[in-house]
Unconditional design. Structure first.
Length: 367
């Protein structure tokens, strides 16, 4: 079966939509704002017009796992805890360097067609049950781009919040104000990928830069916990000028935004060399010099010195010591302050008895 033949039945009518004349609809799920006529699909491929009704993904996952929150990465959101993360299929971008292309490009690249075999029908109730049974403290939407299935995520998040769980989005940030307003009552944390500070690079991926910058600003203004990740790719976005530009932009919103500069590895349609540790260290130094208080280097555990750790911006003591996704030392009080000098540390924190220091484990849905 073709991917669309598997995915199209796993849908429901959209909430993020404007109905137009002659059966056409305007999708508000992401910043593409696709005009979709009957029988057509949006850029993502999974939101489609069926006889004048915009149908959107619902009632399935293509991947689910309980793993450390640091893997998202979110370093200031319940650190040391585990998160049930679910993913779907499809994306509103087509990045040549995608590190998760097998799920994101399913409807765009025939090489990823077999990803539909990973699909499992599931209810929101079942996902929340899995999270609670396996000690997760939050539920996150990740792996592919969650904005293209926001209605499904909100259905899950509503139930998660009712059961005392927190919620998170791991996203490219190509959102509309309407999507953010729809999400906000049910969302605690939003991690945005800031892929470049060059609009020309975003156009190669199938988007534009400004909506991502706007999302970063809006998420912070809405009071959601925000962290930003830049996958540093040699020859694309690793110049000092661009790293300074990204750092200054984030500082202009808040110096408390954690910025993760992470290592790229060659995959999909990109053959740039892997990011060396020295490049991440240089990027992190620029972020720190620009005034960001919490800068991390990721994807190269043990090779970036203390840039895996959370450091107090006031006294300089290490507060959270990490090895990859494993938390091996924790010195933040239950009310979110440095254990040594009592400086408030920006983030979302838990009491000591609720934290887990585990590297996570894979979890499979049984059918």
């Amino acid at each position: 079966m073709k991917p669309v033949e598997v995915l199209d039945p796993l849908t429901r009518p959209a909430d993020l939509v404007e109905t137009l004349a002659d059966g056409a609809v305007r999708c508000k799920g992401c910043a593409h704002r696709c005009l979709i006529r009957p029988g057509q699909r949006g850029i993502c491929g999974v939101r489609y017009n069926r006889d004048g009704t915009l149908m959107v993904p619902h009632g399935y996952v293509a991947g689910v796992q309980v793993d450390p929150v640091e893997k998202k990465p979110l370093n200031h959101f319940l650190p040391g805890s585990e998160v049930l993360t679910f993913g779907m299929l499809g994306c509103n971008f087509h990045c040549s360097f995608c590190q998760n292309w097998f799920s994101s490009q399913t409807l765009r690249d025939p090489r990823a067609d077999s990803a539909v075999h990973a699909i499992k029908r599931v209810t929101a109730e079942k996902l929340v049950q899995y999270a609670l049974e396996n000690g997760a403290h939050a539920i996150a939407s990740s792996y592919n781009e969650p904005l293209i299935s926001t209605e499904w995520a909100v259905d899950i998040f509503k139930l998660a919040k009712a059961n005392g769980l927190k919620t998170a989005y791991v996203s490219n940030g190509y959102a509309t104000p309407e999507a953010l307003e729809y999400l906000a009552p049910w969302l605690d944390a939003y991690k945005v990928d800031l892929k470049s500070m060059r609009d020309s690079e975003y156009r190669k991926m199938g988007g534009t830069l400004q909506p991502v910058l706007d999302t970063i600003r809006r998420v912070k203004e809405m009071g959601l916990w925000l962290e930003v990740v830049t996958l540093v790719i040699p020859g694309m976005n690793d110049s000092n000028d661009e790293l300074w530009e990204a750092s200054r932009f984030l500082v202009s919103i808040s110096p408390d935004i954690p910025w993760h500069v992470t290592a790229y590895h060659p995959d999909y349609n990109e053959d740039a060399p892997p990011t060396p540790p020295e490049t991440l260290q240089r990027a992190a130094e620029i972020g720190q010099e620009a005034g960001l208080r919490y800068v991390y280097a990721g994807n190269l555990p043990g090779r970036v010195g203390s840039l895996e750790d959370t450091v107090c911006p006031h006294c300089g003591k290490k507060l959270i010591l990490r090895s990859g996704f494993y938390v091996r030392g924790y010195h933040i009080t239950d009310d979110g302050k440095c254990e040594y000098c009592h400086q408030p540390i920006a983030g979302v924190w838990e009491a000591a008895e609720n934290r887990r220091k585990s590297a996570g484990f894979p979890y499979r849905i049984s059918t």
